[in-house]
Structure formats: structure tokens, C-alpha cells
Design a protein around this ligand. Structure first.
Ligand code: GRF
Length: 217
């Protein structure tokens, strides 16, 4: 069966891009990355894509007068690569309502908290400051509001009393690297649909007490 063509948008280190690259290296994985775009020239993630033989494009937002002009070039690059699904992976630009609506239910994001708690930035500091006992990550369809949209997968990690933001970030990131490839696989297998702004997953499997839900097969 034809693989789902995925475009990945990054701004930095690209470890989630790497997790997707690694998943795609398995010939049975039902998706392929056709393009990696960074809005930051020299972002470390670009080298990861290049090492994997994935085409890269830099679309520097600073070179544009407004968001619309920036996003027009983003959209053209994604279309030229025939991207069918767009994954935001540490992409640090807010997208306009027009762009988000154009890619509705074909645009996903990973966020390092259990949404809707702790939207925005400096998440791990705020989790520790608040004193929640669990944190985690969320893969969700993107809607115009920041860190909003139907939830596909969440993974949960404990927060320890003596945690630092860096330790917690690393614990969450390890789960991001499991959750994002799993979400893309479920979508590529056409097992994910959005009904009344809720994600419904075919063959949904949930283990009592699992820290990731649904569990990887
Ligand atoms: C991740 O924590 C992701 O959840 C957030 O930004 C970070 C990106 O990390 N949206 P990386 O660039 O994928 O390593």
C-alpha cells in the first residue's frame, strides 16, 4: 500500500523529527517523510533530515513581512512535496487560522504536557512549580487556538518531588518519541477519525494502568 506522505515542520533540535525518521526506516511503517521544513536557518534538526536523505527547506519567517506571506511559501513547499499530513515537531511559530483550517485534520502537533493543562511554553518549570504528580505529552490535531485540538494520544510520566525541569523534560521527551510515531502510524493506517471534535481510533486498545494510551502494538 502507498505510504502516507508526511511533511515535518521544525525550529530546533529535531529529536521528534528523528523519532519519525527512525520509525520510517522500518519498511513496514506506513508513512514516509517527504520534506522537513525549518523556519530557523541552521536548526540542528535539518542535519538529521539531510543525514536521512530527506529533502529540507528553510523558510525563515524573518524574511517575510507578515505571517500570510510566510505561510504561503510553507504551503507551496508542502504541496510541491505532495505532503498529505503535516507534523509540527518543535515548530515555534503560531499558524494563522487560514493555514490551520486549510490543513484541518491533516495537521498535528506534539506538546510536552497533558493538555489541556499547561499550554504554552516553560511547561516543565510550571508543572514542578504547581506540584502536579503526573505530566506527559499530547499528540493532537491542530486548531487555531494555541495547543488546542482533538487529542489523539497522551503518554503519562510521574513527576518526582526532587525533579528539575531538565530531568522532567527528558522523561517526557522519551515518551514523545514513542507517542509521535505511533500517532502518525495510526493516522497512516486510516484508523483515526475526528467526530464532533473528538478523536475516534479504530481497534482502540487500552491497558489498565498503562502510562501510554493507546498502547503501542
Ligand atoms: C518537544 O518537547 C515538543 O513537544 C515541543 O517542542 C519540543 C521539540 O523538541 N513542541 P525536538 O525539537 O523535537 O527535539
Amino acid at each position: 500500500m502507498a505510504k502516507l506522505k508526511v511533511g515535518v515542520l521544525i525550529s530546533g533540535r529535531g529529536s521528534n523529527l528523528q523519532a519519525l525518521i527512525d520509525a520510517c526506516a522500518d519498511e513496514d511503517y506506513p508513512a514516509e517523510i517527504v520534506l522537513a521544513i525549518s523556519n530557523v536557518p541552521g536548526a540542528a534538526g535539518l542535519a538529521r533530515a539531510e543525514a536521512a536523505g530527506i529533502p529540507t527547506v528553510v523558510v525563515d519567517h524573518k524574511a517575510f513581512d507578515d505571517r500570510e506571506a510566510f505561510e504561503k511559501v510553507l504551503g507551496e513547499a508542502l504541496s510541491a512535496a505532495s505532503a498529505e499530513l503535516v507534523c509540527l515537531a518543535g515548530f515555534m511559530r503560531l499558524l494563522t487560522e487560514d493555514f490551520v483550517n486549510h490543513w484541518r485534520d491533516r495537521l498535528i502537533n506534539i506538546h510536552p504536557s497533558l493538555l489541556p493543562a499547561f499550554r504554552g511554553i516553560h511547561i516543565h518549570e510550571r508543572v514542578i512549580e504547581y506540584g502536579t504528580r503526573f505530566s506527559g505529552c499530547t499528540v493532537h490535531f491542530v486548531r487555531p487556538a494555541m495547543d488546542d485540538g482533538p487529542i489523539i494520544i497522551q503518554a503519562v510520566v510521574p513527576v518526582f518531588q526532587d525533579d528539575s525541569p531538565d530531568l522532567l523534560a527528558a522523561r517526557v521527551l522519551a515518551q514523545e518519541h514513542r507517542a509521535y510515531p505511533l500517532a502518525v502510524r495510526l493516522i497512516a493506517e486510516s484508523r483515526v477519525r475526528v467526530a464532533s471534535e473528538h478523536v475516534v481510533i479504530g481497534d482502540f486498545r487500552c491497558e489498565d494502568g498503562a502510562m501510554i494510551n493507546p498502547v503501542p502494538e
